[in-house]
Write a new protein. Structure first.
Length: 234
């Protein structure tokens, strides 16, 4: 996809400028590439965590069947590596979240240029909606739907991709926290075995959610790029 040119003073092709600061049409293409790259890093980290989780699960199984077949060094090494991997996952997720929110805000401003009447939330909510407790469970989705509708053309496919991504992200957000708490509170081999299985399930869900996020970012960016090139219909 070629880059959509950035227009500092006003949108190209006669697009109107909505009221308010910075309401100009700017390319989301470059940011979307960075977001997708970081999401790819999240996927790699999650897949590595899945592999480590399986190693840990097998090790705990050996310990339960025959305690003498597992050394303290094996347990310490596996646990340390698993915890380091968890730190890498968190770091990758935080970096991705920052760039994703920047891209999301840019897409929101572009969508206001395309169709200001579609938006039920003020422009600033494209950022703050992600950080307000409780509201962050549905406000970003509402804003994403408004952006999608404003960016859509007559032949645009349905927003099913958006809905599936959001639903899976919310499910894993809750499930992942529960799985992490269960792992942190585990004290016996049996408890650790169940906790590791929960973390592996969470990592698997996160991989799928990240793939859907990549597709969502790619689709919405393409929609805005193509709509900007077509120009307004009078």
């Amino acid at each position: 996809m070629s880059n959509m040119s950035v227009v500092p003073p006003s949108p190209p092709s006669g697009w109107p400028v909505p009221p308010g600061r910075h309401a100009v049409l700017r390319s989301p293409v470059g940011l979307s590439k960075i977001v997708r790259g970081l999401l790819g890093l999240v996927i790699v980290a999650d897949l590595f965590a899945l592999w480590l989780g399986n190693q840990s699960y097998v090790l705990i199984g050996r310990l339960l069947r025959n305690a003498g077949s597992v050394t303290a060094q094996e347990i310490d090494q596996t646990d340390s590596l698993y915890r380091v991997c968890g730190i890498v996952q968190v770091a990758a997720t935080l970096a991705t979240a920052v760039v994703f929110v920047v891209w999301f805000h840019r897409a929101r401003v572009n969508a206001e240029v395309f169709a200001p009447e579609y938006h039920t939330k003020a422009r600033g909510w494209a950022i703050w909606a992600w950080f307000v407790p409780v509201a962050n469970l549905w406000f970003p989705r509402r804003i994403a739907i408004d952006i999608w509708n404003a960016s859509a053309s007559a032949n645009t496919r349905s927003a099913a991709l958006l809905h599936w991504w959001w639903a899976l992200w919310i499910v894993n957000l809750v499930f992942g926290r529960l799985a992490s708490q269960r792992y942190a509170n585990a004290g016996t081999p049996d408890e650790f075995e169940g906790a590791v299985a929960g973390l592996m399930a969470s990592d698997g869900l996160n991989v799928v959610a990240a793939v859907l996020a990549v597709l969502f970012v790619r689709r919405l960016t393409r929609m805005q790029h193509e709509k900007a090139l077509r120009g307004p219909v009078f």
